[in-house]
Design a protein around this ligand. Structure first.
Ligand code: PCA
Length: 205
């Protein structure tokens, strides 16, 4: 059985619940297609998140890494196309406020995802779930961990697929937040299961 490292994030900024935590923990230990899932939750901290992610990669030696993040305000499930070499944005949970900083000095300016994102979108649509490819993961923690995983794969010349999927708020979060669009937890979970199935099928073909 192949190994998938699935990560979620803890709550951050004004988002008191991070729906990616529940999805990651519910899928932990499950098998989808050819993949056995190992889930971990990452801190919203520019100085720690990348290191933690790389330590989980070293620990599990996964065949693929999918990281999940909340994009509060988005309406659809959005697999990301590209990660860029920048840390910038609002303060993280430890108070680091970074501006225009490169993630890795000698790293490429950007890396494309190695997940089959077009097939993921097609499958999500066939299952009746709103989804589209996103061309920007932003410059905050989500972009950071996507970049770190892709840089690691490139540097190690590892045959490890990696990428990132942003999800909208769950209804549970939308209720406490008050002003963001949402999807049900069940649909978000179904959407991520579909993305993992597509990853597995893509590698068989
Ligand atoms: N979303 C943030 C960081 C953590 C999360 O779930 C982002 O989009 O960068």
């Amino acid at each position: 059985m192949k190994k998938l490292l699935l990560t979620g994030f803890e709550p951050f900024l004004q988002f008191k619940i991070n729906p990616t935590m529940k999805i990651a923990s519910e899928l932990n230990g499950q098998s989808i297609g050819d993949y056995g899932i190992h889930s971990e939750i990452l801190p919203v901290d520019f100085r720690i998140a990348g290191r933690k992610l790389l330590s989980y990669i070293e620990k599990y030696k996964p065949d693929a890494v999918i990281s999940l993040g909340l994009a509060g305000g988005r309406y659809k499930i959005t697999p990301e196309r590209i990660a860029i070499n920048i840390n910038d944005g609002e303060s993280d949970n430890s108070g680091n406020k970074l501006e225009d900083e490169r993630i890795i000095d000698e790293g490429e300016d950007g890396y494309f995802t190695t997940l089959p994102i077009r097939n993921m979108i097609n499958s999500l649509h066939s299952s009746g779930l709103p989804a589209e490819i996103s061309n920007s993961a932003g410059t905050y923690l989500c972009n950071h961990v996507m970049y770190q995983a892709l840089h690691y794969a490139k540097k190690q010349d590892a045959d490890m697929k990696a990428g990132f999927i942003h999800i909208p708020a769950s209804h549970e979060l939308a209720l406490v937040h008050g002003k963001i669009p949402s999807m049900s937890h069940e649909d978000l979970l179904k959407g991520i299961r579909i993305c993992i199935e597509v990853l597995s099928e893509d590698e068989r073909s």
